[in-house]
Design a protein. Structure first.
Length: 386
């Protein structure tokens, strides 16, 4: 009996749900801040760079279907030590990835209530996340689809309205490296498609779905960036963290309250899924669920509060997190070079990830520091094995 049920349209929708999340509320504004109108081209360039990686994940997922995903592929290619390193690299995201979503959600909710004090909203959001995970609340696929449709409609509305505004394409200081490093954040999560590849009725439909979905997502991010540029909803930390409410306030005064609440709820659901996944991963290392959840939430809360108190830029967290993800994607791409018969796509995936590492540059220090520490720890400190 053939259990393959996903058609190309369902596949496209699922990939869009995976990639079009909370990043749309902050990254377009950050990209506009660093590269102005040229950032529109950089979104398209990043889509091209990520395609071979997406194909590699899909191919590996089809040949080696396993819940371990990235870690399993790396283990198959390079052994258990590197497999475990890959799993632990994901856990190293805890203090730098989820805080970005928490801070973004808190900023939008604070803007809805006309205040710049994010601390109460960060604490409130962290408490909700803890309770939702404590009762094992899971967001249904229907809610995920609703979230995606909401974002698409919102971005489309802003884009259409921006087309009828008076604007000029002015020159802007171009920070190509910084912009590309930040944009990568919106394509993080591409590894989730691993579990889809063997579910398609037609293998060619899977690769078509990736291609179409990634370019739809890219267009949505470009549309959001265009609206941000037209309305000038970027340039400093305050505008970047609440760019959509800034645009909404230019359209209808009361609209920013609605947008603020919608953005907060979407960020809440996104980070809830994030933390649920990280907590499950932590429990595979024989850590009690409640202990793991408490440590993760407290760590995220602590970093989020430090960001507000010391006022360092949120893009620092984004780029550090991107460093970890690109390192994982590089390990998987290198694994594909060893495991796949047709190595052409894997070769381009490796080259592209090396290029992104070059772009991120010194900000890869966190990712490489974690990688080196984990390798030494697991290789030479076996008596403390996890």
């Amino acid at each position: 009996m053939n259990h393959k049920k996903i058609n190309i349209y369902q596949g496209i929708a699922t990939i869009i749900v995976t990639l079009l999340g909370s990043g749309v509320f902050i990254v377009p504004a950050l990209s506009a801040t660093y590269s102005g109108w040229f950032s529109l081209l950089l979104w398209f360039l990043m889509a091209i760079l990520i395609l071979p990686v997406a194909f590699v994940f899909g191919k590996l997922g089809k040949i080696y279907p396993n819940a371990g995903g990235s870690a399993y592929f790396v283990e198959k290619a390079f052994g258990k030590t590197f497999g475990k390193i890959t799993s632990l690299l994901y856990l190293s995201i805890i203090p730098i990835g989820p805080p970005v979503v928490i801070i973004t959600g808190a900023a939008y909710l604070a803007e809805a209530f006309n205040t710049t004090n994010l601390i109460p909203f960060i604490i409130f959001m962290s408490l909700i996340i803890f309770l939702l995970n404590l009762i094992s609340f899971r967001i249904s696929s229907n809610i995920n689809i609703f979230i995606t449709v909401t974002i698409v409609l919102l971005v489309s509305l802003f884009f259409i309205i921006s087309l009828f505004q008076n604007f000029s394409i002015s020159s802007h200081t171009l920070n190509f490296i910084k912009t590309m490093g930040i944009i990568f954040w919106c394509f993080v999560g591409i590894e989730a498609i691993t579990h889809l590849s063997h579910e398609f009725k037609n293998e060619n439909d899977f690769f078509k779905a990736i291609l179409i979905a990634i370019f739809i997502v890219t267009f949505m991010y470009m549309a959001a960036t265009f609206a941000v540029l037209v309305f000038g909803a970027y340039g400093d930390e305050y505008k970047n963290l609440s760019s959509f409410t800034f645009i909404a306030s230019k359209i209808l005064p009361f609209a920013k309250i609605i947008i603020g609440i919608i953005a907060f709820l979407i960020c809440l659901m996104a980070v809830n899924l994030y933390i649920a996944s990280l907590t499950r991963l932590a429990t595979t290392f024989n850590i009690n669920f409640k202990v793991a959840l408490s440590i993760i939430v407290l760590t995220i809360l602590g970093v989020s509060l430090l960001k507000v108190i010391f006022n360092f830029k949120i893009d620092l967290l984004i780029i550090y997190a991107n460093g970890v993800f690109v390192l994982v994607y590089l390990l998987v791409s290198l694994s594909a070079l060893k495991l796949l018969e047709n190595k052409k796509t894997a070769f381009f995936a490796v080259l592209n990830m090396l290029f992104v590492i070059f772009i991120i540059g010194f900000d890869m220090v966190y990712a490489f520091g974690i990688l080196i520490f984990l390798y030494i720890f697991l290789k030479y400190k076996s008596k403390f094995s996890i």
